[in-house]
Each structure stands twice: as structure tokens, then as C-alpha cells.
Design a protein around this ligand. Sequence first.
Ligand code: CA2
Length: 150
Amino acid sequence: MAKPIYILNGPNLNLLGQREPGIYGADSLDAIRDRCNPLGEELGFVIDFRQSNHEGELVDWIQQADGASSGVILNAGGYTHTSVALHDAVRAGSVPVIELHLSNIHAREDFRQKSYISPVASGVIFGFGANGYQLAIRAMASLLAENSKT
Ligand code: CA2
């Protein structure tokens, strides 16, 4: 049995569906999670879906993922643009990490143009709204299948 895919969500993503639907869509994070679980199952993975508003907790989970997970899909929220600690945690691990954003961060404010995660991620998916979670799960499954051949 494959180890779970962690889907880690950072600060304020618990507010999805309540405000700013024009940018982030109308789905709640629970609704997004409920669509991730069956897709994971279809592709042979358990999805371990989490959200935290705390940088250190996200660091702990990324460290834990190394060994306990097959790979990590990380929407680090606002910490994407600020966190050397998350960069270091991703860099220290050996499982693949896919960076994910609902919005097209490069079509937004200047402060969102910088990602501390991208340089240490296996790949980045952004701008597809909630569907990005499905795309990221499929991308992770195919990355893991490729890696298992080598
Ligand atoms: O587009 C994304 O997924 C982001 O990671 C979302 C973050 C933002 O800081 C990143 O630049 C891009 C924001 C998380 C959600 O924030 C909300 C704020 C108010 C209402 C609903 C969500």
C-alpha cells in the first residue's frame, strides 16, 4: 500500500468560500477536500488533507511527510511569499513537493510574485481554482509512477 499523499494548506485557506469568491472561488476547503479523497482512492492513494494557520505546524508536517508520505502538495497560502522556514523544510526533505495555488499569483500584486517554495518544489500549479487540487493529485501520481521506474 502506497504511503499517503499529504495535501497541506496554509493560513486563511480555512476561510475559502466565505469571502473573495472572485479570486478564490466559491468552494469551501471542506468541499475541496471531499473531492480530493475519491480521486486519490481512484489513483491508489490515501489523501491526508490538513490546514493550519501556523507556520511552525506546517514545518512540522513537512518534516513528518519525509518518511510518512509519498509526496506533498503544498498550498502555503501567504507564507509562500515570506517563509524561509518552509523553504528550508521542503529543501531538507526527500519526497516530491508540488506547490499549488488557487489563484494566478503572477497576475496579482507585486508581493505575490516571489515564492520561497518554487525553487525547491518539483513543480508548480496555479490559476486553476479548486480544480488545481485535482490537477496536483494527478501530477503527483504520475510523478511517483515515473520515479518508481528509476
Ligand atoms: O491562490 C492561492 O491559493 C494562495 O495561496 C491563497 C493565499 C494567498 O495569500 C496566496 O498569495 C495565494 C490566501 C489564502 C486564502 O485567503 C483568503 C482570504 C479571505 C477569504 C478567503 C480566503
